[in-house]
Design a protein around this ligand. Structure first.
Ligand code: GTP
Ligand code: SPV
Ligand code: MN
Length: 588
């Protein structure tokens, strides 16, 4: 339904004039609209129907072969100056960006309808809530947005006659990589994305709004937008404590958020509040409170099975869109690391016949599911609480074959910000066009998602520490250390709860720890090892530090910090120097 809001109507008219769609369709988020979009998408081939008995409400989508992940090299922060975007973002002059993309958008929707999708990020009634409107020529995008966000009248009602909404414009155009751009204009609260049909590039509520635009807004308004999962841990007494975790893309947020405790840890339960993005505010009690701005999960499919993530597996049995997995002849889906053995024949993510002898992956390593959060068996009863949930601990982490131990606690907030700022991870299939497995610095897992100068972002973290009367404690984890054979030493998944329990013990002022140059480490006996299939030697190797490696690590951090010149907060250089002294003096 067309709203009364004059600013919205005028902007939509202007964008329609540019893109020249056949019609403009105002989405209302109704069930009837969903059914209509699905039948149209089945006709155009945007969707394929899966077996409706085995997978009710589930559909299949295949992207273009050159469009399978976020394209960081084509993502720009178009702030008024290059310094505003900083050395870790691509920058384009806003005038140039509007001109360049304007030329691509010109007539780009000819022959297609333009959908107007009003959406809310955050639970209705929450002080966290933000309104966005996405204009798109993709039915796949509309159908995904109705899972990932709250769309329709709920957004118009929240907006009223205000002009404070994020203006998102998206067109698939011709899907040509040379004409693909994802541009953010924080000063205009605007996102223009063209030439892609892949999730993070086109579901504009997600990384574009809820992280890049929101991080810039939050800095002005005194709150934080972070690439973090949010989970609750219930102990046998029924008490629930909440933590957030920032790990880079495809490094385990969804899995940790939905984890099932190992059988030996009786009476514990994990509740999912969010699996990818957290918006954090200081509550009236002086603690940090978190909300999940999303309404669904856009999760990595490969590796999802009844041992690694049974909750995700149950979540995606109905009303789910599968993108770029393999299709079996019986119209169900398959992927590497599924419970089921490889089918004798399938159609791979490229749409070609596939057999186990093909020598290629049937599902793309970054194939994804889109599913409503409410379907998750362990969704927290408080996931839509307008107030959010209070956070006891913040966890940073990444994928490191070496160097980083299983877990350590930072000494204090400022040291925690230094550790978060130094975070590094091996790259994954979630970034298109870069090699997989290369270590790169990724502060707070926000490298591809910070909407302004990363040095100012780190300064804002330090400032928040001073403003939060009762801040969460900060930890670092690494599930991905490997042995001499290149195998993961730590079993991970459900067993990660053992690490979370030590973290909560530390927050409660209990839990034994030894001081090391990098922070407080648990002695092996401080971790709950009931039923843990790990030898003393393996556990010790997970908790050990190597002096030479850490010297090299700090050197790498220093080189990274230098990129920011004088803009990097001095406090972080002080932490860097102090860590260097501790490592030099340490006998290990
Ligand atoms: P994005 O959606 O890209 O932000 O990813 P994410 O951080 O939510 O990652 P996800 O939980 O989807 O995990 C990505 C990959 O890491 C999957 O292949 C998982 O099987 C694997 N993984 C997750 N947790 C663990 C763990 O504890 N140990 C090991 N070895 N692998 C893990
Ligand atoms: C990520 O890459 O961190 C994701 C998937 O969560 S995407 O929405 O494509 O960004
Ligand atoms: Mn993510």
């Amino acid at each position: 339904m067309k709203p009364n809001n004059k600013t919205v109507v005028a902007w939509v008219e202007e964008m329609a004039k540019l893109c020249k769609p056949d019609t403009v369709v105002w989405c209302d988020g109704s069930e009837e609209e969903k059914q209509r979009l699905i039948s149209e998408a089945l006709r155009t081939g945007e969707l394929e129907e899966l077996d409706q008995k085995k997978l009710p409400g589930c559909y299949y989508h295949r992207t273009a072969l050159n469009d399978v992940a976020r394209t960081e090299q084509l993502t720009f922060i178009c702030s008024p100056t290059a310094e505003g975007a900083g050395p870790t973002n691509n920058w384009m002059d806003p005038k140039e960006a509007y001109r360049k993309l304007g030329a691509i958008f010109d007539g780009a929707m000819k022959g297609r309808p333009m959908y107007v999708v009003p959406f809310l990020m955050g639970p209705p009634g929450s002080p966290f809530v933000k309104v966005g409107v996405e204009l798109t020529d993709s039915r796949y995008v509309v159908l995904n947005m109705r899972i990932m966000t709250r769309i329709g009248d709920v957004a118009w009602n929240q907006l009223g006659d205000s002009s404070h909404f994020t203006r998102g414009l998206h067109s698939k155009a011709d899907l040509d990589e040379k004409r693909r751009f994802i541009c953010h204009f924080p000063q205009d609260n605007t996102i223009w994305s063209v030439g892609s049909g892949y999730g993070g590039n086109v579901l504009l509520g997600k990384k574009c709004l809820a992280l890049r635009i929101a991080s810039a807004l939050g800095r002005k308004e005194g709150w934080m937008a972070e690439h973090m999962l949010i989970l609750g841990i219930e102990n046998p007494k029924g008490e629930v404590r909440y933590v957030t975790g920032a790990f880079p893309s495809a490094c385990g947020k969804t899995n940790l958020a939905m984890m099932i405790p190992p059988a030996a840890l009786k009476g514990y339960k994990v509740w999912t509040v969010g699996d990818d993005i957290a918006w954090l505010r200081i509550g009236p009690d002086g603690r940090l409170w978190a909300n999940n701005p999303e309404a669904g999960f856009f999760g990595v499919v490969p590796g999802t099975n009844s041992r690694s993530n049974p909750n995700a597996l149950q979540t995606i049995q109905r009303d789910t869109i599968y993108t770029n997995v393999a299709k079996k002849p019986d119209n169900t889906v398959w992927w590497e690391g599924s419970d089921d053995p490889a089918p004798a024949q399938a159609t791979d993510w490229k749409g070609r016949p596939w057999t186990p002898a093909s020598g290629e992956k049937a599902a793309h390593p970054n194939s994804r599911f889109t599913a409503p959060a409410a379907q998750c068996p362990c969704i927290s009863p408080r996931w839509e609480d307008p107030a959010g949930v209070p956070i006891d601990a913040i966890i940073f982490g990444g994928r490191r074959a070496r160097v980083a131990p299983l877990v350590y606690q930072t000494f204090h907030w400022q040291h925690g910000v230094f550790v978060g700022a130094s975070a590094a991870s091996e790259t994954t299939a979630a970034q298109q066009g870069s090699a997989v497995g290369v270590v790169r610095r990724d502060p707070m897992a926000m490298l591809p998602f910070c909407g302004y100068n990363m040095a100012d972002y780190l300064a804002f973290w330090l400032e928040m520490g001073k403003r939060i009367p009762n801040p969460p404690k900060i930890f670092n984890v690494n599930w991905f250390r490997t042995n001499a054979d290149g195998q993961f030493i730590w079993p991970g998944f459900g067993d990660n709860l053992r690490v979370l329990l030590w973290i909560l013990d530390r927050v409660a002022g209990q839990g034994r720890a030894v001081e090391s140059p990098i922070g407080y480490l648990p002695p092996a006996e401080a971790l709950n090892r009931d039923g843990l299939p790990l030898s003393d030697g393996e556990l010790n190797s997970l908790l050990s530090l190597d002096k030479t490696e850490w010297k090299t690590e700090l050197q790498g951090v220093g080189e990274f910090f230098q990129k920011f010149g004088d803009r990097l907060p001095k406090a972080l250089w002080e932490e860097h120097a102090a860590a260097g002294r501790r490592i030099n003096d340490w006998k290990f």
